[in-house]
Design a protein around this ligand. Sequence first.
Ligand code: DX5
Ligand code: ZN
Length: 220
Amino acid sequence: MLLLSPSILAADFAELGENIRKADGAGTDYFHVDVMDGMFVPNISFGVPVVEAVRKITKKPLDVHLMIEKPERYIEKFNAAGADMITVHYEACEPLKETIDKIHRLHMKAGISIKPHTPIDVLKPYLADADMVLIMTVEPGFGGQKYMEMCTGKIRELRALYKENGLERDIEVDGGITRENIDVVLDAGANVIVMGSSIFTGNIAENVIYFKEHLKKYEN
Ligand code: DX5
Ligand code: ZN
């Protein structure tokens, strides 16, 4: 199933509720919530109170991407705030298996993310455990960057690895996805598409409708 997950990092924060309602009403599947701590990435975004606020205005699943050091410290808090799925970074989380288990015990979906220069190989011990792998297609930290072509091969490699192991899992891609290059990631095997600027720049509802239609056409 192909799913759209707009990243609210690119929304107008002064109009966050309205921006979310527009994307929701136009039929988005998820909302992607980028939490940054200024340590794991050189930027600070927002945290638990924003997830709580967003939870009140949409019933769509909240796909929380933790770009923070030692994310295992905050799993319960983001769960209580209303997260439906939590993705932690391989590079930032030492007790990775335990953290995935903790996310599952709290009845959420668990994702593992890797940065552009981290190879797919490191994920092998966790393939069956995680519901999803998030392949970063830009260096994490900022919206509006350019898609890194070197990541296309990693998407393909992971889809092949899942297949070899008889696993059906989600591959999420995040960073620099646009109308021009969305087919590159779809062709490679990604199925959860995060988009910040491509959704929240210009007419939000029109953008969501465009990409949902595109995914529907692609699926058939
Ligand atoms: C980057 C974030 C992304 C980002 C995507 O660290 O994880 O979710 O907001 O934004 P665009 O689509 O503008 O690259
Ligand atoms: Zn993200």
